[in-house]
Design a protein around this ligand. Structure first.
Ligand code: ZN
Length: 503
């Protein structure tokens, strides 16, 4: 048996342990009674520790050394060469991070969650501040163990988005801010052109869940290999390409109904369902990175699910399902309402134009916390100042400000992926449009197969074989760029608001 075969066998067992942990996590979020928390935390910790120990074992390192010699000379993009290359990268990073730091982070995160919930309920940052100080301290230690040459934030990026630097991200944000701020002013002057009152109309909860599932099935989410359940915070989880599940949440009105949340998760899920079977039970059997993953949820949610052709197809179905609740509204009006731009305090409610400003302010605050130039105690002040200058809003309390996201219970560095996802999605869509010139006409007929097949062919099947920039260079001919998103956003929202498009 070759070293590569033995390496694959060892990795398959690690994948099985991780998938078993994922089943427990899915059950915890969708089915488990509240009394199960403690026992479940123990079971999960054991499975994760076993997976981590097996993956970082010296024996796996030796197999990797031997497998590296066996794949010498193989093409860069072959499954075997890619497997060995990516596992080497993961192995080097994982063995650099001390096991006790992994344990401390898991415990700190579990402890921080109920504190965060209570602090958010009371809207009291000072209550969460000690937990936040721990998150910052552990993130710093993580950055030190991973290593970096420029900014400590580079180390956190290295873990999430290999190949992308802090300087690159700063460059993207500078470009985005220069476009978004004046665009917001321009749209603000004609705000009354979009009537979004339909979004506040009540929307039958039992109908919305079934309608969302029917819709994502039509987009191409394979229910032979997936299912939809309810959870407080929607998510996607993969137990392998044969079983990729999504969850959704029920809202009270059309504005917060299950539909776009389900489409978002189905975007993640179609990506995981599309990974080549030849990569199954390896660390490559996932999306390329959190940012590339988010590009797919956002592409389906925003570039498809908030597009005019999509609503030409979907609105008659919506009308048939919800009947008189939609009296007096047509497809064009609904499309405009779904795209109404209005600065808000809450990131997850943000429209496409303002969304990146929410992640920008978090990125800036995280960088300053890591450097030590910002004190945890005054995070709300730094937060509120930026919401004022970027979004023109005055934050009423910490619950609507610095306490709104769960991410800081665990570690810093998670928000950049959302913006990378927005950029990557728009960049891919420009190439799709070049290859499928009548895309809009197809979407308006409910014909999503061509788009899904394109994404499977160019992106999904590769799993984690390539870094985000490698992938974008292969597919679009250039590294990640902000230009396509800027073109998309300017053209779309001038259209939504009936302004002349730029020449
Ligand atoms: Zn997502």
């Amino acid at each position: 048996m070759s070293a590569l075969d033995r390496l694959r066998q060892a990795l398959a067992e690690v994948a099985d342990l991780e998938r078993s942990a994922a089943v427990l996590l899915w059950d915890e979020e969708t089915q488990m009674p509240p009394g199960g928390v403690e026992d479940r935390a123990n079971a999960l910790a054991t499975l994760r520790r076993l997976a981590h120990e097996r993956f970082t074992a010296p024996e796996l390192g030796r197999l990797l050394d031997a497998a590296e010699r066996e794949v010498e000379g193989m093409p860069y993009d072959s499954d075997d060469a890619s497997l060995v290359r990516v596992v080497r990268r993961d192995y080097e990073l994982d063995t650099r991070i001390p096991a006790e730091l992994v344990g401390e982070q898991a415990r700190a995160s579990a402890r921080a969650r109920p504190i965060w919930q209570e602090a958010r309920r009371r809207s009291d940052w000072s209550m969460f501040a000690p937990a936040m100080a721990t998150t910052v301290e552990l993130s710093r230690r993580l950055a030190e163990s991973v290593g970096y040459t420029g900014h400590p934030y580079d180390a956190l990026l290295k873990l999430n988005e290999p190949g992308i630097t802090t300087a690159q991200v700063e460059g993207f944000y500078a470009q985005l801010r220069d476009v978004i701020v004046p665009l917001l002013r321009e749209l603000g002057a004609v705000a009354d052109r979009v009537d979004a009152s339909v979004m506040d109309r009540p929307c039958d909860p039992t109908i919305q869940v079934g309608f969302a599932l029917e819709t994502v099935r039509a987009l191409g989410y394979d229910l032979e290999r997936g299912r939809q359940d309810l959870s407080a915070h929607p998510f996607t989880v993969s137990f392998g390409p044969g079983d990729v599940r999504i969850t959704t949440r029920v809202g009270r009105s059309f504005g917060d109904s299950a539909l776009l949340s389900s489409i978002h998760e189905a975007g993640h899920a179609m990506y995981e369902q599309g990974v080549s079977r030849s990569l199954d039970r390896t660390p490559l059997c996932h999306g390329a990175s959190p940012g590339v993953h988010e590009s797919q949820s956002r592409l389906w949610e925003n570039l498809v699910g908030r597009s005019r052709p999509f609503w030409e197809w979907c609105f008659p179905r919506l009308r048939a399902a919800f009947k008189e609740a939609l009296d007096g509204v047509d497809a064009e009006g609904f499309w405009r309402a779904v795209n109404r731009v209005r600065p808000s305090y809450i990131r997850v409610d943000a429209d496409e134009v303002t969304y990146n400003l929410h992640t920008l302010l978090r990125f800036e605050i995280e960088k300053e916390l890591l450097e030590g130039s910002l004190d945890v105690a005054v995070v709300p002040r730094a937060w509120n100042q930026r919401v004022g200058s970027y979004l023109g809003l005055e934050v009423p309390d910490d619950a609507h400000g610095a306490l709104q996201d769960i991410h800081w219970c665990t570690r810093l560095g998670g928000f950049v992926g959302y913006t990378l996802g927005n950029l990557i999605g728009a960049q891919l869509m420009e190439v799709v449009r070049r290859d499928v010139p009548d895309l809009d006409a197809r979407l308006a007929e409910g014909e999503f197969r061509l788009l899904l097949e394109w994404l499977q062919q160019h992106l999904y099947r590769h799993g984690r074989k390539f870094t985000p920039n490698e992938l974008m260079e292969r597919v679009t001919g250039q590294a990640i760029s902000a230009e396509p998103w800027i073109r998309y956003i300017r053209s779309k929202f001038r259209d939504v608001y009936g302004l002349a498009r730029p020449s």
